[in-house]
Design a protein around this ligand. Structure first.
Ligand SMILES: C=CC1=C(C)c2cc3[nH]c(cc4nc(cc5[nH]c(cc1n2)c(C)c5CCC(=O)O)C(CCC(=O)O)=C4C)c(C)c3C=C
Ligand SMILES: [Fe+2]
Length: 413
């Protein structure tokens, strides 16, 4: 019985139901019996069938891929405009990109499709577009640069590779199926031909839906529960911390948008894994097994930064990551962390090239990432075990309205 189940699962897994029936027609009697009993293609599971709306709403005007739960796989890709590509050509590109993204996120084939994802559902595909500061000078739009679009300053612990940072344009692709994600990446790259070329590209992953018995906060490659104390939609300041609000004299094309900080952060896994569990937990300030703060309670218990242990020491150490990064330690600075893990193989000496594609969202970088990283740079116990290897910052406008394209307010406003 067990063997029969495995056989059937493998056939369905490799060829799909229709293909399996074809294979089975000339196969052993027992297997053919399955085909006869179950000839219809199985319905898409929830993973393939789930779609995330490309357009925003009045209450949530931001692009998809910011508050959307992180999907199983991600591609981050930055483009530079080709020499001579002006504002009109950039606008035509954003129109092509938006049209393709709208189709693919709804599970439809884009124009001139290569059929790579033909059999798959939308698989929670999101495609999020952003503009780098260099885009504005390249297209003669410097008068439209928002005052809050401040460059990220250098930090003492940076080890940045400029070739893997910056960029005129940025796309974040997320999907619960790797073929769907790659398809979107390739379609969008082809649509850019002649107008923009890839500057850098990174591949990330998170947990696959259904991999845990109940939805849980994801773990990173250091084994920590990561994302617990992110801003929550129910927080009174959720929208004001993450999204640009209209204000007199501001750049209206960014209203409802957000700023994305993108950093490739290598984890120094060999030294990290040599630390005793108690040390690893002290570095973060949370228990590794369940993410509970060292000040007590469960994962969701608010951290008590003043709590003293019986021996008179702080329960959450002075240099613990969650203390140094906390809004209370940074004049209320907040960001939504929506990272993906990466693993790009091993260095020649066996050192893993793995870590976090750190993506942080905020209404103004100076009141979010920049303020917190200034503090982490000098005071964070975690910094001995990580290395920031690339950096980029993008203005991510609100979602396109039906019939419009992302960034239309900037390019045609
Ligand atoms: C500048 C901002 C931050 C960087 C860079 C950063 C890197 C980084 N963080 C972890 C692991 C964890 N971070 C956690 C919490 C946390 N981290 C930041 C900011 C940065 N992290 C903030 C604002 C917070 C929340 C602090 C709070 O108020 O409690 C945690 C704990 C669980 C959680 O709340 O998510 C972990 C674990 C890694 C591995 C890393 C770089 C590789
Ligand atoms: Fe962190």
């Amino acid at each position: 019985m067990g063997d029969q189940n495995i056989t059937r699962r493998r056939l369905l897994g490799t060829a799909g139901a229709a293909g399996a029936a074809g294979v089975l027609a000339g196969g052993a009697g027992g297997a053919a019996g399955y085909a006869a009993a179950d000839p219809a293609p199985a319905a898409l599971t929830s993973v393939g069938a789930d779609a995330v709306a490309f357009h925003g709403t009045a209450a949530a005007p931001q692009q998809a891929g910011i508050t959307t739960p992180a999907q199983a796989v991600a591609h981050l890709v930055a483009f530079d405009l080709a020499a001579g590509a002006d504002r009109a050509r950039a606008a035509a590109l954003l129109r092509r990109w938006s049209r393709a993204a709208e189709a693919m996120t709804a599970g439809r084939a884009p124009d001139d499709d290569d059929q790579v994802a033909l059999d798959a559902g939308p698989s929670s595909l999101t495609v999020t577009f952003g503009f780098g500061r260099s885009f504005f000078s390249r297209t003669g739009l410097t008068s439209r640069l928002p005052a809050d679009f401040t460059p990220i300053p250098p930090f003492s612990s940076d080890a940045l590779d400029p070739a893997r940072g910056g960029g005129d344009l940025w796309i974040q692709i997320g999907a619960d199926d790797p073929l769907v994600a790659f398809h979107a990446l390739r379609v969008l790259q082809r649509a850019a031909a002649g107008t923009a070329a890839v500057r850098w590209q990174m591949n990330g992953f998170s947990r696959t839906p259904g991999a845990t018995a109940k939805p849980r906060t994801v773990r990173n490659l250091m084994g920590q529960v990561d994302g617990t104390n992110n801003p929550k939609p129910a927080d009174h300041d959720f929208r004001s911390a993450l999204f640009v609000a209209g204000r007199p004299g501001g750049q209206a094309w960014m209203n409802g948008g957000s700023y994305a900080v993108v950093r490739r952060i290598r984890m120094l896994l060999d030294p990290w894994e040599q630390q005793p569990l108690a040390r690893q937990e002290a570095v973060i300030g949370r228990r590794k097994s369940d993410g509970a703060p060292l000040s007590g309670g469960t994962e969701s218990t608010p951290v008590d930064l003043d709590r003293m242990d019986r021996d008179g020491t702080l329960a959450v150490a002075g240099d613990a990551h969650i203390r140094v990064a906390a809004a209370q330690s940074n004049d209320g600075a907040k960001m939504l962390r929506r990272p993906f893990s990466f693993h790009d193989g091993f260095d020649p000496d066996g050192t893993p090239d793995a870590g976090l594609l750190f993506v942080a969202w905020q209404a103004a970088p100076l009141n979010g990432f920049i303020k917190v990283q200034r503090k982490l740079d000098s005071a964070d116990a975690l910094s001995r075990f990580i290395r920031h290897e690339s950096s980029a910052l993008f203005a991510v406008p609100p979602a396109a309205r039906p019939g419009e394209y992302v960034g239309q307010g900037l390019l045609e406003g």
